[in-house]
Design a protein around this ligand. Sequence first.
Ligand SMILES: NC(=O)C1=CN([C@@H]2O[C@H](COP(=O)(O)OP(=O)(O)OC[C@H]3O[C@@H](n4cnc5c(N)ncnc54)[C@H](OP(=O)(O)O)[C@@H]3O)[C@@H](O)[C@H]2O)C=CC1
Ligand SMILES: CC(=O)N[C@@H](CCC(=O)OP(=O)(O)O)C(=O)O
Length: 317
Amino acid sequence: MAISRKSIGIVGARGHTGAELIRLVARHPALELAYVSSRELDGQRVEEHVEGYRGDLRYSSPAHEELPAQGADIVVLALPNGKASVCVQAFDAAGKDPVIVDLSADYRFDDRWYYGLPELTRHKWRGEKRISNPGCYATAIQLAIAPLKDLLAAPPVCFGVSGYSGAGTTPSDKNDPEQLRDNLMPYSLTGHMHEKEASRHLGLPVEFMPHVAAYFRGLTVTTNLYLSRAVKREDVLARFQQAYAGEKLVCVLDEAPWVSRIAGRHHAEIGGFALSADGKRVVVVSTLDNLLKGAATQAMQNINRAIGVDEYASIPL
Ligand SMILES: NC(=O)C1=CN([C@@H]2O[C@H](COP(=O)(O)OP(=O)(O)OC[C@H]3O[C@@H](n4cnc5c(N)ncnc54)[C@H](OP(=O)(O)O)[C@@H]3O)[C@@H](O)[C@H]2O)C=CC1
Ligand SMILES: CC(=O)N[C@@H](CCC(=O)OP(=O)(O)O)C(=O)O
């Protein structure tokens, strides 16, 4: 039986996350790329820039007000923070209502948009066509805390380290190999966007201290949780196993996961569950690839849900 394919446009496709999405869309049975935009690569062949992509598509560079006329069923905004609303307004002004998935932080605090962290918010989806994709650290933090929410005696404290692809392609200290060499660079040690985001969506205060390291991709978050009563390690492990039973993109491990093992993989890993002697403090480690489960793969889960196909379509499991 012929599958009716939906068309998808990626705005900001030169970036790291845009390239990952191009690869996922290219292997999708029900999607076809309508356009991929980049001002810098305008006119160039996509296959010259995205390893693994084969096809004739070239980057284009429509202005935001020209986006509605491009005519895609699904639009992914993979732009830096603060750039999404002009695009969204252009669709509204043109009376066009495609599925819009925003990878930036711009709509993560807007209740009119569905916040798509499927393993935690799938049950809240009401057919929304405006989907805000969670932040990479915020995903790892929420997955590590959610199963213990009811036991917390104090705000969880999260120590995070990301590869420098998390800082995007706009040059900064955080993606400068010279500054990162032999270094672990702390930044935004209070009030990081993902601290606010995780706090909002978990419904409890979270404290987060991010760092960036000299490797390219993958992040690890070590979360310290003070509990209101003593627990046994096997009960903590059982809670996580139960919470994520059947989830293809969240693996619960006994031991603490290593970030080196998650680069290029589509799932998140959670493990460690080190317990203090009094049983009232547990340390949980979560890892994921910031460009995949932290961005493009999660976006693909959300797109799949929005178009009514298997949530894992095109995602290598
Ligand atoms: N990197 C990561 O690990 C994660 C990123 N995200 C979010 O996803 C989004 C994209 O991230 P990432 O791929 O890393 O970003 P990049 O910096 O790698 O890419 C940004 C893209 O936006 C375009 N762009 C840059 N500046 C502007 C501008 N002023 N106006 C219009 N287009 C612009 C660039 O193309 P061109 O300049 O050629 O037009 C490029 O295609 C960001 O909002 C980021 O916060 C979310 C989770 C994880
Ligand atoms: C290493 C690094 O800089 N990481 C980014 C997080 C990546 C990200 O994409 O976050 P948003 O989607 O919320 O912008 C940061 O800390 O801002």
